[in-house]
Design a protein around this ligand. Sequence first.
Ligand code: ADP
Ligand code: MG
Length: 348
Amino acid sequence: MKRFSGLLTGVNGFLIQLLCMAFVLSGCGSSSEPVRIQGRAIGTTYSVIAYGLPKNISAEDLHKGVEQVVAEVNSVMSLFKYDSELSRFNAYRKNDWFSVSKELAGVVHTAKAVNQITEGAFDITVAPLVNLWGFGPDKRPEIIPTEAEIKEAQANVGSDKIEVRLDPPALKKLKPGITLDLAAIAKGYCVDAVSNWLKNRGISSFMVEIGGEIRTAGTKPGNLPWRIAVEKPVSMERSVQALISLSGKAMATSGDYRNYYEIDGKRYSHIIDPGTGRPISHTLVSVSVVDETCTRADAFATGLTVLGPEKGIALAKECNLSAFFIVKTPDGLSEIATGDFPQHEKMN
Ligand code: ADP
Ligand code: MG
């Protein structure tokens, strides 16, 4: 049995390098040099590139401010911290309202909306199944769960079993066994939180990247767009599938090619189809979604990945989502773009 775990870093350390490369490609020799900061965030890494800091903000202030935003998101949404707001809610076994921060209520609200649109494919209540398949915080040696274990876990899955109230912010379990896993949306949320912090400080040209999820604002000096790489979805090699220009928007990518394990030559992905209770198994290997917010982009990227090549592409077309699908074919990889997904340069 082999385990391939880019789990917490996803597509990512590599993407940072790609981003730097993309940055070089589009003219970093300009007169105004950016401030670049990097660090760790919600189990992965972050990187920020910003131009034109106001005079009253130093690079050090920027670093401290971003670290603080990231630490706050972690203390709310991490499953790996036993005392995070999310862990405390998960441990709560009653079915009355549980007060939470407006940030947590907001993310759960968005997650429920994406759950409805994706007809249950994106589901933050999937936590018992994620654990059962060995990808959650209670990691354990990978053994294939039995049908009975899958059924038992599925009994505590379903976004209709969780209620959210925005004001005053609170969550309610309609079944005490419900637990939440925000791994598929928290990185996107954190990108938005950092972006909003930068905007509120008067910074209008930046790129924020956390674990492969990205948001940009403005353009670079010389009116150059931010250029972002979509990684080629193969596990043993790191290369670029496509380069896109992204200004004032977010992009998130989901795929089964970095975080999985193999038993007897069969691949088990960390993305679970709540309908079957099993890891996804189809030819759709990567989905990138461009949206106004990275929270939504992240959730939709995972939801469309679960839906697979036919249903995922059909839903993206129907809902006019800007998405880029990479599908495995007998001859290699094929690409399908939907909605307003930016024109991209093919790299192969
Ligand atoms: P990555 O973390 O690699 O960027 P995703 O954003 O797609 O990828 O999130 C995958 C994670 O989300 C899994 O590791 C698991 O914790 C959780 N997850 C798995 N299946 C689902 C699902 N159907 N809906 C929501 N979250 C999921
Ligand atoms: Mg996601």
